[in-house]
Design a protein around this ligand. Sequence first.
Ligand code: DAH
Length: 345
Amino acid sequence: MEEKISQIQKDYLEKIQKAKTLKELDEIFLELFGKNGAVDQLSKQFSTLSQDQLKIIGPTFNQVKQQLEEGINEKRTNIREESYKRLSEENLTLQPSRLKARKGHLHPVTQFEQEIVKLFKNLGFVEADAPHIDTDYNNFEVLNIPENHPARDLWDTFYISSKFQVPSSKLLLRTHTSNSQIRILKDNTPPIRMMNLGRCFRFENVDARHEHTFEQFEIVYVDKGVSMAHLQYLSEYFFKGTLGQDIKARLRPKYYPFVEPGVGVDASCVFCKGKGCKVCGQTGFLELAGAGMIHPDVLKAGGIDPNIYSGIAWGVGPGRMVMLREGIEDIRLFNSGDLSFLEKY
Ligand code: DAH
């Protein structure tokens, strides 16, 4: 037994001396003092010894145990101190990282939207809120587009599953910012100058010019004596502010159920300045917005007397404007998350 003890003492003191890392020391410690370790194994054999043998071996065993434990602790301190010393003597030359931090920026459409919101704030327009998920009533019915009206085909959208429907009206993803009109009219009293900006959704066959998710911008202006002249002015104000001071606006009759009269709002072509080119199909104009005098029924539904007040509703697609301004040919790039595209703007 004594031999075994001194063998362990010799072997392990040597191992401890040779250890170079704290990890090696941890392993040695476990080999010695862990469950079923060398020390454990030895002490299990004590039951076979006589009292007299125990009296001699016991103290030796304890001494060796202590010596080994102290040896490990001492070596631990040495290793630590050595590594601190090495670190403090080491000549560290720090170099700036080669990986440049990537700075993000706003999406090109968002940048454009901030511009147009500012333009209309300058005329006293205030931003109004309208939800992306809205009722069939707010998005269609109140805008004179009842169920089965053929105009619904133009604005087909995504409907919320019947499980989540409210009893009063079907829920859907709004097809246009025109869903803000009824809210704006109901919640305010004329004079009203408000705008709504945001995401809209359509059940589209997605291609280079059509997206299922896109942005719209809408303004609503109601007061006594508001007329088509204001509509012409606001349209031109918008085009001059976004496309250039030499751009003119042209109003062309167009049917939208919620305005009367309704107009397609064209801008003189940014490429040929109205002379006629390939982009504008030789017409000299590009159709960019939709607008009109708010239909009396819509005003009435909003609690506004059409005999006293009149109003303009005007809507545009900021994405389309950015495409035109920047020469972007595929609308799908906007939501693609393609950094090589986004970083250009
Ligand atoms: N909501 C229409 C669309 O998505 C655009 C529009 C047309 C808005 C006429 C209007 C308007 O305010 O008066 O195509």
